[in-house]
Design a protein around this ligand. Structure first.
Ligand code: HEM
Length: 323
C-alpha cells in the first residue's frame, strides 16, 4: 500500500473509532520508567491481603460504588463537602487508604502517569485472585473525572426485589444474568444487623414481628437469639454475607446459601425467591468453575462502564483531590 492509501486507511480507522482513545491491555507498559505498574500494584495488594484479608470485600464494594456512579472515574475517591464519598451508601465504603498508598508509590516511581481509576480496578482484580477467585486481565488507560457529586449517587437498596435489581443494572448495560453474577460479590464481606432486622427478622413485608418465611428457620433463630436480638443496641453487630468460613473466599458458596434460604440481605434471597433469576442461581451454585469464569467477565464489564480515556479528565497527583 502506498503512503497515501495508508493515510486514508488510518483516517478512516480513526473515524470508525470515533477518534477517541480506548482502554488497552498493558496501557502502562514502558510508561513508568523501569517499573512495571501492574506488578507494583499487585505487590502492595498482596502485602495488605496478607495482614487484612477483608480488603478483598472492601475493594469489590469500592469498585461497584465507583463504577455505578458516572462510571469508573475516580469520583468516589474525592474528599470534601458534597462529594460522592459523603453520600449515605458510601459512608461505610472502605479501602481508600490502600488506593492512596498505591498511588503514592506509583507517583514516586513515575509522577502523573497512573490514574486513580485504573488503580481501583487493578487492586480489586489482584485482591479477587488472592482470595481464591478468578485471575483475569483488565484493560487500562482510564482517566479521572474532575467532578464528584453526592447528588449523583444512586445505589440500589438492600430490600430490592430481583426485578428492581435487574432494572437497576440494566441501566449500566447489564443483563439479568449479570445482575445475579454481580451480587455474587456478596461471597465476601459483611453487613450489620440494621440491614436485616426490619426487612427480614422482625418486620418482613411490613408486618410487625414477621420473619421472612424464605429464611432457613435455624438461621433465623440464630440471628434472633444471638446475633441481632430485637434491641437497638444490636444494630451495629456484624453479619457475614457468606458463611464465616467463606467470608474472605471468592467462591460460589453464596449461591449455595441462597438455595438453602441462607441469603443475608433481602435482595440476596430475592434472587432465589424470584423464578426469573432462580435458574441462574442454581447453575452457579452447581458449578464453581462457571461462577469463577463468569464473575471475572462481569467484573471486567463493570470496570469499563463509562470510562474516560485519552485526553479526557486528568491524572490526579493524589486520589482524594482534583489537581
Ligand atoms: C442490588 C445490589 C446490591 C445491594 C442492594 C447491595 C447492598 C449491600 C449492603 C447493604 C451491604 C452492607 C453494607 C454495610 O452494612 O456496611 C453490602 C456489602 C457489600 N457489597 Fe453489596 N450490594 C449490591 C451489589 C453489590 C455489588 C455489585 C458488589 C460488587 C461487585 C457488592 C459488593 C459488596 C461487598 C464486597 C460487601 C461487603 C463489604 C464489607 O465487608 O465491607 N455489592 N452490599
Amino acid at each position: 500500500m502506498g503512503i497515501e492509501a495508508l493515510m486514508v486507511a488510518l483516517a478512516v480507522l480513526a473515524l470508525a473509532t470515533g477518534g477517541s482513545a480506548q482502554l488497552q491491555y498493558g496501557f502502562y507498559k514502558n510508561k513508568c520508567n523501569a517499573s512495571d505498574v501492574e506488578a507494583v500494584v499487585q505487590g502492595i495488594v498482596k502485602a495488605r491481603f496478607a495482614r487484612e484479608a477483608p480488603i478483598v470485600a472492601y475493594l469489590l464494594r469500592l469498585q461497584f460504588h465507583e463504577c455505578a456512579v458516572n462510571g469508573c472515574d475516580g469520583g468516589l475517591l474525592i474528599d470534601g463537602p458534597g462529594t460522592e464519598k459523603t453520600a449515605p451508601p458510601n459512608l461505610s465504603v472502605k479501602g481508600y487508604d490502600l488506593i492512596a498508598a498505591i498511588k503514592a508509590e506509583l507517583e514516586r516511581r513515575c509522577p502523573g502517569v497512573v490514574s486513580c481509576s485504573d488503580i481501583e480496578i487493578l487492586a480489586t482484580r489482584d485482591a479477587v485472585a488472592l482470595a481464591g477467585g478468578p485471575a483475569y486481565t483488565v484493560r487500562t488507560g482510564r482517566r479521572d473525572r474532575r467532578q464528584s457529586r453526592a447528588s449523583d449517587v444512586k445505589l440500589p437498596g438492600s430490600e430490592y426485589t430481583a426485578a428492581q435489581a435487574i432494572a437497576y443494572y440494566a441501566k449500566l448495560g447489564m443483563s439479568a444474568y449479570d445482575t445475579v453474577l454481580l451480587l455474587g460479590a456478596h461471597t465476601v464481606g459483611a453487613t450489620h444487623c440494621s440491614s436485616i432486622k426490619n426487612s427480614r427478622l422482625y418486620g418482613y413485608g411490613g408486618k410487625m414481628g414477621a420473619t421472612d418465611p424464605a429464611m432457613d428457620p435455624t438461621l433465623a433463630s440464630t440471628y434472633k437469639k444471638y446475633v441481632c436480638p430485637n434491641v437497638t443496641s444490636s444494630n451495629g453487630n456484624t453479619v457475614y454475607l457468606d458463611d464465616q468460613w467463606s467470608a474472605v473466599k471468592v467462591d460460589n458458596n453464596y449461591y449455595k446459601n441462597l438455595q438453602r434460604g441462607r441469603g443475608v440481605l433481602l435482595v440476596d434471597q430475592n434472587l432465589y425467591r424470584d423464578s426469573s433469576t432462580r435458574g441462574f442461581v442454581d447453575q452457579l451454585a452447581n458449578n464453581n468453575g462457571l461462577f469463577q469464569s463468569q464473575f471475572a467477565k462481569v467484573l471486567v464489564k463493570l470496570s469499563e462502564v463509562n470510562v474516560l480515556t485519552g485526553t479526557q479528565g486528568e491524572i490526579r497527583k493524589v486520589c482524594n483531590k482534583f489537581n
